[in-house]
Design a protein around this ligand. Structure first.
Ligand code: LLP
Length: 420
């Protein structure tokens, strides 16, 4: 459930009409609903109420906006980070360092050191060499790094290939059949406290079959290592829950997920860690755009909107579906293609889509754009970096400014050897 609803025929974010934001900030613009973020954070936590010992770390990569992180910090969420930059954001938003989990297949030695010095609570190690480096750095600082080993369970998550991570040919984690030996070697190193295992098999998951199989495999390995005397107290189950992008395609709920986790992990006696991203922020955001032209096409018109693939990359990258809705629909429908102004045919949001009739100048939104939206934006075609707004009841604020081409140009230099 979200707080983007039609009132008197006009789409609102909570109590604010979209048109008011378009007027004040311009388009395109991402709009987040604080009440929706809070609701999703609570629903996900409630879904895990049967899990006695747990830690929830929001996967910052899904939406690293400081205001969004602040809302989640107030909800008691920690952070799952994958870079030094994400660590800075989590700390700036007031998340406690010991509630931060550092994931990622390519953490540099500098990032590892900075994270240790900042007091990051857990390192999810992706390969043995990284674990050895972390141990050395920690020992040189007179510290002990708390770490878990990410296991690649060799399970096909059944999602888009570009967001699958748990098959053995993927770059993530250590092969499950080598994980026990690697864990044991790392656990013997001074500077490292190896406390458990981690996994994450993919994102936008609709089918719990693969994830359940993966949890069972990794849990069995964790219990096996504990039986061998290893000091295992946790398993990090990652993120991955799907969200409904398309009407009629409804994923399992957080409550379904919680029930599955409780059933599969019953008796483990371990702390469970979660890294939800999309399920928390996906439906808490929309991308507001304005129709520039309705261009006649061969079979149907192209709706050319002022948002483009540089603002919302998901359709171009993953053939992703985002519902498109007029802000003030008339009730009439049309079949159209929806595209942005960028000079690539891939800058197409939808093909042969049944949509509200729109004309030049009309406002519309792409729904479910709160996750992997603004954070994946670029300035391709020298377009401005898209701004972000947060709504709270009847008020709203710009939480990321539109970065104009002038600002981007000012950061560039023409070297002396090109001066006349
Ligand atoms: N933990 C780890 C280790 C991850 O790699 C990810 C996402 C998450 C947690 C959060 O997963 P979520 O709950 O959001 O599914 N840009 C793509 C999604 C990339 C996901 C990368 N990893 C998209 O727009 O669909």
């Amino acid at each position: 459930m979200d707080h983007f609803d039609y009132r008197n025929g006009v789409l609102h974010a909570e109590d604010v009409p979209m048109s008011a934001i378009a007027e004040a900030v311009g388009t395109p613009v991402y709009i987040y609903s604080r009440a929706t973020l809070e609701r999703h954070a609570q629903v996900f936590r409630d879904a895990l109420s049967a899990i006695p010992n747990k830690h929830i770390a929001f996967a910052i990569k899904a939406n690293p906006n400081l205001a969004v992180l602040k809302v989640l910090a107030k909800q008691g969420y920690g952070a799952d980070i994958v870079s030094g930059g994400e660590m800075k954001r989590a700390l700036a938003a007031g998340m406690a360092a010991h509630d931060i989990v550092f994931s990622g297949v390519g953490k540099t030695r500098i990032e590892l050191r900075e994270a240790l010095e900042s007091g990051v609570g857990q390192f999810n190690i992706e390969l043995e060499e990284e674990g050895v480096a972390l141990a050395e750095i920690a020992a040189s600082l007179g510290m002990t790094a708390t770490a878990v080993l990410r296991v690649n369970p060799d399970v096909d998550a059944g999602t888009h290939a570009k967001i699958s991570t748990g098959m053995k040919e993927n770059k993530f984690g250590v092969p499950i059949d080598e994980a026990g030996a690697i864990f044991t070697r790392l656990a013997a190193l001074p500077g490292l406290a190896m406390r458990g295992l981690a996994l994450h098999i993919g994102s936008q998951l609709f089918d719990f079959g693969p994830i359940e199989a993966a949890y069972a495999k990794v849990g069995a390995l964790a219990l096996d290592l504990r039986a061998q005397g290893q000091d295992i107290d946790r398993v990090d189950l990652g993120g991955g829950l799907g969200v409904p992008y398309e009407r009629g395609k409804v994923p399992p709920t957080p409550a379904d997920y919680g029930a599955m986790v409780e059933r599969v992990t019953r008796g483990w006696g371990l702390k469970l860690m979660f890294e939800p991203g999309r399920v928390i922020v996906g439906n808490a955001g929309v991308l507001l755009t304005r129709v520039i032209w309705v261009k006649p096409g061969v079979a149907r018109p192209y709706i050319i909107v002022d948002a483009a693939m540089n603002d919302l990359a998901r359709p171009a990258m993953y053939d992703a579906w985002h519902d498109f809705e007029a802000v003030a629909p008339t009730g009439a429908r049309m079949s159209a293609n929806i595209a942005g102004p960028v000079c690539e045919s891939g800058d197409t949001f939808a093909v042969n889509r049944d949509i509200d009739v729109v004309k030049s100048g009309d406002l519309a939104v792409f729904r479910t754009a709160g996750a992997y939206g603004a954070t994946m934006a670029s300035t391709y075609n020298s377009r401005a970096l898209v701004p972000e707004v947060m709504v709270d009841g009847d008020r709203f604020a710009v939480v990321a400014e539109r970065v104009l081409p002038e600002t981007l140009i000012a950061a560039e230099r023409v070297p002396d050897f090109l001066r006349d």
